[in-house]
Design a protein around this ligand. Structure first.
Ligand code: SF4
Ligand code: SF3
Length: 535
């Protein structure tokens, strides 16, 4: 196996024996095959007239499934490979001169299929490989967002066209480094469209997120804990649990569900339990009730302590966990979780009090006058975008320390699970504007871009980089990659990306990012406060 798609990759070079995430070599190889098969599916899709939609949906599922910590289940990944091979098969006879990935059809011993043009290392040139993978990971993040929108009934053919086109282009050996740099930026542009589509889907279906005090404590009823990013599943779980005596709590990236009017109306929706994804071994154990993982991030349970209470749905999967079938949420039957919950003790309380969130674009723009005044009078010196992912490595303490060291006249704009490093620090407010404004999930980084563009307009600026906004972003998995590329496509410069730069960026690709976008990484808190805030 060789995998270097996430920030925790071994020695910041690559996982080669087993994933730091817990992925086995067999599953890693299957994921490589699935990505290769998806490229082949895209090549076929790009050559046909009718029936593209079915292939597109499969491509999106495949890419999403291989995101870090989404699916550890070899059987499910094999199923996706076979389904993909079956989907393209009827077209193969009529299409001439197909590239190798399109005609690939191996169905046995897939865990051992390695090399032969399939995995990451099949591309020998380091810079071409780096750009191909950067684009692939951007597409994976985009696929996740497209999937969330699609299951809510929102689709955009132009995004699908681009994804298939990009997947084919990264197999094309005639493309130069310059071509691939251009394709990388285009991926970011389409990333913005993907996030806008999901924002539209979420807000049209569930209303605009609004300022909300989220309860962190527990009640005495049995509960179900829901995690991941899929709001359709959230809605359906709330509907199906209503009147059953079973409470619902969010975990990690599902916290922002608490901000949506459509979910707040449910009395049995109690609040949020615990922190970001990597705390789940302890928190799932003490929760006592069933846990529903709608997407990443799943951490392999330490022992069998809660595996019998762990459920997955959608593209998420874990061997031994029960899978709730169905594509759109209304097709899903959550009664196994509800029945199990009834026989479980209530969650053990691990925190109390509340946290405040719900500052997506609509809410912040409703406060625009206040915000603009605070900037004009100097009450707010700078906004610091600190969104992205959390992770378990000790160097992530940097983000908590950085937040603590920020001067009192700064405001953090955040989205994604990175927020758990500082959203419980009680950092106070500036004239009623909280110093941590949480827009929501990682995809809601779109909100941060909308806010920035609006401020640019209000202040009559030519360039988004003239705003008093700095970027100190934490990344871990591939959704953060598409968010990063989207920010580049919007022209944002001087982004600090940490806690380390991606291992998949070659020296020359880093050079391109530094020369054109002044991308950097974090150093120590004191230096970065000086550089980003005081300068
Ligand atoms: Fe390693 Fe990350 Fe890949 Fe897991 S997803 S195998 S931790 S690089
Ligand atoms: Fe977190 Fe996995 Fe990325 Fe959606 S839940 S931000 S890491």
């Amino acid at each position: 196996m060789f995998c270097y798609q996430c920030q925790e990759t071994a020695r910041n070079q690559g996982c080669t024996i087993k994933g730091v995430c817990g992925k086995t070599a067999g599953v890693a190889n299957l994921q490589d095959v699935l990505i290769y098969v998806s490229k082949g599916l895209a090549q076929v899709r790009n050559r046909i007239q009718d029936g593209k939609e079915v292939l597109d949906k499969q491509i999106v599922d495949n890419l999403f499934m291989t995101i870090t910590n989404a699916n550890f289940d070899a059987e499910k990944i094999e199923e996706a490979i076979i389904t993909s091979l079956d989907l393209k098969k009827p077209y193969l006879a009529e299409l001439k001169d197909l590239p190798a990935a399109a005609t690939f059809d191996v169905r046995e011993g897939l865990e051992e299929v390695e090399g032969d043009g399939i995995g990451v290392l099949a591309t020998e040139d380091e810079d071409i490989r780096s750009l191909r993978e950067l684009i692939t990971y951007g597409l994976k993040g985009l696929a996740a967002y497209v999937h969330h929108a699609e299951v809510l009934g929102y689709e955009d053919g132009a995004i699908q066209d681009f994804m298939a086109e990009a997947l084919e282009k990264i197999t094309d050996d005639s493309l130069t480094v310059e071509d691939l740099v251009a394709l990388t930026l285009k991926t970011g542009e389409v990333g913005v469209q993907g996030m806008a589509l999901l924002d539209k889907a979420n807000t049209e279906r569930y209303g605009h997120p609004e300022i909300t005090e989220v309860n962190l404590g527990t009640r005495n009823n049995p509960g179900i804990l829901i995690s991941g990013h899929d709001l359709g599943d959230m809605e359906e779980l709330l509907k199906q649990t209503e009147g059953t005596g079973v409470d619902v709590y969010t975990h990690s990236e599902m916290l922002p569900a608490n901000y949506y009017p459509a979910f707040k109306k449910y009395d049995h929706f109690v609040g949020n339990y615990g922190g970001s994804w990597w705390h789940q071994k302890e928190e799932f154990a003490s929760f006592n009730g069933p846990i529903l993982m709608t997407t990443n991030c799943i951490v392999p349970p330490r022992d069998d302590s809660y595996l019998d209470r762990l459920y997955t749905t959608g593209v998420a999967g874990y061997p031994g966990a029960k899978h709730i079938e169905g594509h759109i949420a209304t097709e899903k039957d959550f009664s196994p979780l509800i029945e199990q919950a009834k026989a479980c003790p209530a969650p053990q309380q691990i925190e109390e009090g509340t946290i405040v969130g719900g500052f997506a674009h609509n809410q912040v723009l409703a406060l625009a006058d206040k915000v603009v005044d605070a900037v004009k009078t100097g009450a707010i010196r700078k906004f610091v975008v600190m969104g992205g992912c959390d992770g378990r490595q000790s160097d992530r303490n940097y983000y908590e320390e950085f937040a603590k060291a920020l001067p009192d006249d700064t405001v953090i704009l955040t989205a994604g699970c990175a927020k758990y490093r500082y959203n419980k620090l009680h950092m106070g407010d500036i004239g009623g504007i909280p110093r941590v404004l949480d827009a929501g999930q990682c995809n809601d980084s779109y909100s941060l871009a909308v806010i920035a563009l609006k401020l640019k307009e209000v202040f009559g600026l030519e360039d988004i980089n003239e705003l008093p906004i700095v970027y100190n972003i934490a990344w871990y998995e591939q959704k953060a990659v598409i968010v990063f590329l989207a920010l580049l496509a919007l022209g944002v410069k001087n982004i600090h990306l940490g806690p380390t730069l991606p291992a998949f960026l070659s020296e020359n690709v880093v050079k391109v990012l530094v020369e054109n976008f002044q991308v950097g990484t974090n150093s120590d808190v004191e230096t970065d406060i000086q550089e980003l805030i005081m300068a």
